[in-house]
Design a protein around this ligand. Structure first.
Ligand code: SF4
Length: 380
C-alpha cells in the first residue's frame, strides 16, 4: 500500500529529496564525539548500512568543525549538521554538508542583543551559497522565550507552533524555501497535536517527525510508534527519526525501528498502541549525541529505569539528559530530572535545582526524592 502523502514542496538534501511523493527518509544522529573522526566515520557507515538516508552530526566548536571536514571526506551519505548556540559555525561547515539544523530557541544565547531575524538571515544566506537545505528544529524544552511569555504556561503547543510558523514566514520573506520543520516533544500526544496543527496551516512545508527523549527500547519505540502511526497515516511527515537511548554500537536500531514502523503503516498494520500506559512512571531520556558529557550516560539511564521499577504504578515523570546544552531546559517539566556534567549529575525537582552529585551518589539521592514524591502522592 502506498502511504498517503501531503503535497508539500520538495527539499533536496544532497542525494536525498524529501517531501511531496518522495519516500519518507529515515535518519539518525551520531552519538560519538564529533572530534573523534574515526569513531564518527565508523558510526556513520554503520548507520548507512542499517539503511539511514540522512545522518546528523552535532558541531559545537571549530575543533569539531575541522573534524567534520575530515569526516565528510570519508563518507558519502547526506549529512545534516546540528547547530546549537554557535550559529556562526554555519559559515565554516556549510561547504561540506547538505543540511543545517538550527533551533529557534537557541538563537538567543550568542549575541543576545542581535535580533533572531539577523541570525536566521545569516544562516540562510550561508545555506543558499553552499547548496544546503535547512531545518527549523523546534524542541519542547528550548522554545523561544518570547513565545513562552505570550501563552498560558499550561499551553505548551502554541508557543512551539507560533515559533515555527514565524520562522517559516521569515525564511520565505528572504526568498529561502529550501527548508523543513520539526516540532518535537517527549509526549507523543503533543507531537501529534503540534504537527497536525502545523500541517493544517502550512501543508506545503515538509515535516521531520520525532518524539524527543523517547527513552530506551522498547518504550522509546512504542512512544514513537504512537505518534508516527497517527501522523503518517494522515499524510503528515516527510522524514523521520526514532530517538533511542542505546549504546553507540546499537544506534542502527533507530533506523531499523523507523523502517519497521513505516513498513507496518504502509501495510496497514497500524496498531496504535492505546494500551501502552503513559499513566504510570514515565522515564524520558535523550538518545545521546556528541555533546554527552560522560560516557556512562546510557548506563545511568538504564540504571535509573531499573532502580525506579518499584514506582512503575505512580504517575510521575523522570527525565535523564546527557548534557548541559539541552539538559537544564528539557528537565524542567519532569517531576524529577537528571542532567549530566562531566563528573557530576545535576538533580532537579521540576525547575528547582536540588544540587549536583557524583555518579556514585546520584541513584540513592534520586531514590530518596522519588520516595518523598510517592509519599506526597499517597497522602493526597
Ligand atoms: Fe545530545 Fe545533550 Fe540532547 Fe542528549 S540532551 S541528545 S547529549 S544535546
Amino acid at each position: 500500500m502506498q502511504l498517503p502523502r501531503n503535497p508539500t514542496r520538495e527539499v533536496k538534501i544532497g542525494s536525498a529529496v524529501i517531501g511531496n511523493a518522495n519516500p519518507i527518509a529515515v535518519q539518525s544522529m551520531t552519538a560519538t564525539k564529533t572530534s573523534n573522526i574515526d569513531a564518527t566515520v565508523a558510526q556513520i557507515h554503520s548507520l548507512e548500512e542499517a539503511g539511514a538516508d540522512i545522518v546528523r552530526v552535532a558541531v559545537d566548536n571549530r575543533r569539531e568543525a575541522a573534524a567534520l571536514i575530515e569526516i565528510r571526506k570519508q563518507t558519502t551519505v547526506p549529512i545534516s549538521v546540528d547547530l546549537q548556540e554557535n550559529y556562526r559555525l554555519a559559515e565554516v561547515i556549510a561547504p561540506y554538508v547538505n543540511k543545517l539544523r538550527y533551533n529557534p530557541g537557541h538563537l538567543y544565547h550568542h549575541e543576545p542583543e542581535k535580533p533572531w531575524q539577523d541570525k536566521v538571515r545569516f544562516i540562510a544566506e550561508i545555506a543558499r551559497d553552499n547548496d544546503c537545505a535547512l531545518r527549523v528544529g523546534v524542541n519542547c524544552g528550548s522554545v523561544d522565550p518570547a513565545k513562552l511569555e505570550k501563552y498560558d504556561p499550561a499551553d505548551s503547543i502554541s508557543p512551539m507552533l507560533e515559533s515555527a510558523l514565524d520562522h517559516c514566514t521569515f525564511l520565505e520573506s528572504i526568498d529561502f524555501t529550501r527548508f523543513c520543520v520539526s516540532l518535537k516533544d517527549s509526549d507523543p500526544a503533543k507531537v501529534v497535536e503540534v504537527n497536525t496543527r502545523f500541517a493544517a496551516q502550512r501543508p506545503d512545508i515538509p515535516l521531520h517527525l520525532g518524539v524527543t527523549e523517547a527513552g530506551m527500547p522498547p518504550d522509546g519505540i512504542i512512544k514513537t510508534r504512537m505518534a508516527f502511526e497517527q501522523l503518517i497515516s494522515k499524510g503528515i511527515g516527510d522524514t523521520i527519526r526514532v530517538s533511542l537511548t542505546v549504546p553507540n554500537d546499537r544506534k542502527g536500531e533507530e533506523i531499523e525501528a523507523g523502517r519497521a514502523i513505516l513498513k507496518d503503516i504502509a501495510e496497514g498494520r497500524v496498531r496504535t498502541v492505546v494500551d501502552f500506559d503513559l499513566k504510570g512512571l514515565n522515564i524520558i531520556s535523550c538518545p545521546s549525541c556528541s555533546r554527552v558529557e560522560n560516557e556512562v550516560f546510557v548506563d545511568l539511564a538504564a540504571d535509573v529505569k531499573k532502580m525506579t521499577e518499584y514506582a512503575k504504578d505512580h504517575k510521575l515523570t523522570i527525565a535523564v539528559m546527557g548534557c548541559r546544552v539541552n539538559g537544564p531546559g528539557e528537565t524542567d517539566d519532569a517531576d524529577l530530572g537528571l542532567w549530566c556534567g562531566p563528573n557530576y549529575v545535576n538533580l532537579k525537582k521540576g525547575s528547582e535545582s536540588l544540587g549536583r552529585y557524583s555518579y556514585d551518589e546520584i541513584l540513592p539521592r534520586l531514590k530518596s526524592e522519588l520516595d518523598a514524591l510517592i509519599e506526597e502522592q499517597t497522602a493526597q
